[in-house]
Design a protein around this ligand. Structure first.
Ligand SMILES: CC(C)(COP(=O)(O)OP(=O)(O)OC[C@H]1O[C@@H](n2cnc3c(N)ncnc32)[C@H](O)[C@@H]1OP(=O)(O)O)[C@@H](O)C(=O)NCCC(=O)NCCS
Length: 202
């Protein structure tokens, strides 16, 4: 059983807290930059992010949806022991899957053989990451998004709610794919892409 401290006290932190408990680990409390918060979900707020070194026996997970914020905070916590949150209902292949430190795999997500998920990623509820995908660090595959086989998603991408990405497509780092979009060709320029088929937003 791990002792877990969650960074963040927003909506995403609630879902991560639930996973920690479902996984049978011990939720010690939260760290947040909100100095006024003393308690969250009935657990103590133990301080700010910089206080992590006061808890050498704990593992940490950054439960903040914003990809850049997760990257910044991870960079400010050298030596932290990162917790990887996996909901018991997630289906994760036993064949060649790698999940980076600090990532979260949420309820009913599917991660199929040989998928490589980076560090501090979010594979949200009911998302599908098919075989041989590569998902860059600090990416977020949102609720119900579907990545077909051999898709590559660069660092810090947000793949929006209910969107889908055709097989073998590469999406460069820093992209936002809008809710409900269908990506059918490679995306080589960072930007916001929406629609079916997905086009860059003006
Ligand atoms: C694409 C997105 C980033 C654009 O956000 P935004 O810049 O705030 O855009 P706005 O809401 O101001 O909308 C601007 C225009 O784009 C359209 N638009 C917004 N999102 C769209 C989408 N996903 N697909 C198609 N059109 C979209 C709006 O209808 C609006 O059109 P109009 O100018 O003709 O009225 C956002 O709508 C989105 O889809 N984000 C993903 C959300 C998500 O999945 N979050 C993860 C939660 S788990």
């Amino acid at each position: 059983m791990k002792n877990v401290i969650i960074i963040g006290t927003g909506g995403h932190a609630k879902v991560i807290a639930d996973i920690v408990l479902c996984a049978g680990d011990r939720l010690v409390g939260f760290l947040t930059s909100d100095r006024d918060k003393k308690e969250f979900l009935g657990y103590p707020v133990l301080g700010q992010e910089a206080d992590y070194c006061k808890f050498p026996d704990c593992s940490f997970i950054i439960a903040i949806g914003d990809n850049r914020a997760r990257e910044r905070i991870a960079g400010a916590m050298p030596g932290a022991d990162w917790y990887t949150a996996i909901h018991p209902s997630a289906v994760i292949s036993r064949l060649g899957v790698r999940i980076g430190e600090g990532s979260a795999i949420m309820a009913n997500a599917v991660v199929n053989p040989c998928a490589q998920i980076g560090a501090h990623c979010i594979i949200n509820s009911s998302a599908v990451v098919e075989h041989d995908n590569v998902t860059g660090d600090f990416s977020h595959i949102s609720v119900g998004a579907k990545l077909a086989g051999t898709v590559s998603v660069g660092k810090r991408c947000l793949i929006g709610v209910g969107s889908c990405v055709r097989e073998k497509v590469c999406i460069t780092g820093g992209c936002v794919i809008g809710a409900g979009a269908a990506v059918v060709d490679d995306i080589t320029e960072p930007g916001v892409y929406v629609g079916v088929p997905a086009r860059k937003m003006k």
